[in-house]
Design a protein around this ligand. Sequence first.
Ligand code: NAI
Length: 328
Amino acid sequence: TRTPVTVTVTGAAGQIGYALLFRIASGQLLGADVPVTLRLLEIPQGLKAAEGTAMELDDCAFPLLQGIDISDDPNVAFDGANVALLVGARPRTKGMERGDLLEANGGIFKPQGKAINDHAADDIKVLVVGNPANTNALIAQAAAPDVPAERFTAMTRLDHNRALSQLSKKTGAPVSEIKKLTIWGNHSATQYPDVFHAEVAGKNAAEVVNDEQWLADTFIPTVAKRGAAIIEARGASSAASAANAAIDHVYTWVNGTAAGDWTSAGVVSDGSYGVPQGLISSFPVTAKDGKFEIVQGLDVNEFSRTRIDASVKELEEEREAVRNLGLI
Ligand code: NAI
């Protein structure tokens, strides 16, 4: 039998945690033949609810689940972790400025990055879900100098999946027929969902759509503002779809992308496409042998260039702000 993979989930008692843990334990994160040990990290107020979730996990009698540990200490929760899903974050509350939000999250992601640096397994893979995801990932990465920077990623897979679904609705093609979509930039309202390299049933998606107005005025804002639309409709932020995207992100990272396709993920920039080195920005990526690689050599047209630049500028401003706060 295989040795279990240790998966640490922060914010385990939250709504994404509740939608995520059962899927990890059932084998959907890594594969149906990979045993897992779960480590749940919560703040003290969240521990009791996390224990309740752990009781329900027990009651599922998942054959792959080898154990569950719960802690409010990052040094314990990340000990030996092979995969870390950083979901718990400080949400923006009324009257909170962006600087306050970045500072509050720095207080979470900096110590977690250090704990990962000091205690995680050598093959640690980190996905940051908690917002502002890209900059939280940057803060954690900067606090973990002994871990290769590319092991820190931010989630834009939910945006990617939302874009797939919208394009499927528009063209009538099933999502399985849509390839090579890209989310560029920040997981925020400035993100840029790009269909110019995408394919719908083997044809260029932009040509199939043939409606730049729809792209600019409907598709892009619908994808970028979907989170707010879900809150408006459901009275709570997206949780099951966010958990689903986290599963997709890690599954792809570990098991690879299909030939002739790619996905989107926030990864450390190597300077590709004019994105300043070191920023954690969303790119088109392939995955192979447990590594993401930025897809190279794509033509970026004027329509795309302006939008990528605007989102990257926001990431640079966030980096500058956390630098000034001494968080990186
Ligand atoms: P939630 O408020 O239901 O749960 C968050 C949990 O994190 C709470 O149980 C809280 O006690 C815990 N927590 C807070 N600080 C912590 C710390 N320092 N260590 C461990 N746990 C901590 O929130 P929900 O709905 O589960 O969302 C979590 C995050 O995911 C939010 O930041 C949200 O904005 C973000 N999100 C990101 C998406 C993306 O596409 N990247 C999509 C949807 C949500």
